[in-house]
Design a protein around this ligand. Structure first.
Ligand code: GLU
Length: 332
């Protein structure tokens, strides 16, 4: 039978983890080929090319490695794959999904998945998630949706998805917008039409450093005051509430924002930053006057990815436009 081509890469995470001995914790050791063997149905759905590109816990992934995975995925599409699936750790999956989504320049879907329970645990979710991710990767209605995250029967858009539970099987959600779709009886259903996408060029350089700090009650300004001398090229702050800082942090922003881009996001976990509501010192109106950009709906980590990529392709002057487009994309 003439089956469609699908490419799968494994790069590590719980989905690839086993314990070497009963008393030791799990570590990534399971290859992509072995993962695939746990999902025998796949061979009747697609002609699969599976490769093991890494064996890392997702906390240790980095942007250079993700760029090499992206180049592998681009090549798979050139070779005729109708979709690409990547299995990785869930801890940073929301960040790599955003990273890939800004750079994925194909109609074919790039689907990320993982597992909350390792292969040895009762009720391991890896095989079911992998099968679902492959179904999404093969589905016609997944085209022109960019990068998708498939976990626990749900499909999430890369720009909105967050890991919102540290251990639960239902670990991922897309605050405000909800999942983009779901799988039921092996069928892929979307709840919303496709949205226009704006893809960035590949970064020309990758040594730029973007710091991410979180505002907290009664915090000192030591790190903030040293951001420029430490050589950072950009700064994101997970601010209080609608994107607010203390008076002392607000004062420190003055100098920093004259030299490097500064984004203020919210540390709340859901909801946008404000633009024109609060006028107190450290409120968003004051911070905008001092030269900061407000993240809108982008969470602090996704705002940092965007800024790193914009600096990498020398488009940081367009930051406001990209943050605004993020807001548009978030609207259901
Ligand atoms: N819970 C994480 C996972 O699902 C831990 C390890 C990692 O992110 O790589 O994979």
């Amino acid at each position: 039978m003439d089956l469609p081509k699908l490419a799968i890469a494994s790069i590590g995470g719980t989905v690839s983890m086993r314990a070497q001995a009963a008393s030791k914790g799990v570590i990534p050791t399971v290859s992509g080929e072995t993962l695939m063997a746990a999902v025998p149905e796949l061979t009747s759905l697609a002609h699969v090319n599976v490769e093991t590109l890494g064996m890392l816990p997702s906390a240790s992934l980095n942007f250079d490695f993700l760029l090499s995975v992206l180049s592998w995925a681009n090549y798979q599409i050139e070779q005729g794959a109708v979709g690409v699936v990547i299995t990785q750790g869930t801890d940073t999956l929301e960040e790599s999904a955003t990273f890939f989504d800004h750079l994925w320049n194909h109609d074919e879907p790039l689907v990320l998945t993982g597992a909350m329970r390792s292969a040895a645990q009762a009720g391991a979710d890896g095989p079911a998630n992998l099968l679902d991710a492959c179904r999404v990767g093969l589905a016609d209605n997944s085209r022109r949706r960019g990068v998708l995250v498939v976990m626990n029967g749900q499909i999430h858009p890369a720009h909105a998805v967050r890991k919102t539970d540290s251990m639960a099987l239902q670990a991922f959600s897309s605050p405000i917008v909800g999942p983009a779709g779901l799988l039921s009886e092996g069928k892929v259903h979307y709840l919303r039409p496709t949205l226009p996408r704006n893809v960035l060029p590949l970064p020309q350089h990758t040594t730029q450093k973007v710091a991410l700090l979180q505002a907290s009650l009664s915090a000192d300004t030591l790190l903030l005051e040293n951001i420029l001398t430490l050589g950072y090229d950009g700064l994101v702050i997970a601010g209080f509430g609608a994107g607010h800082l203390s008076e002392t942090w607000a004062e420190a922003i003055d100098d920093i924002a004259k030299k490097i881009p500064v984004i203020i996001a919210t540390r709340c976990g859901s909801g946008p930053t404000a633009r024109s509501t609060y006028g107190f010192k450290g409120g968003e109106m004051d911070l905008i006057r001092r030269g900061a950009s407000m993240a809108g709906f982008a969470c602090p980590r996704k705002a940092r990815i965007l800024l790193w990529l914009l600096i990498g392709c020398r488009r940081q002057d367009d930051l406001a436009r990209y943050l605004k487009e993020d807001i548009r994309c978030q609207q259901p």
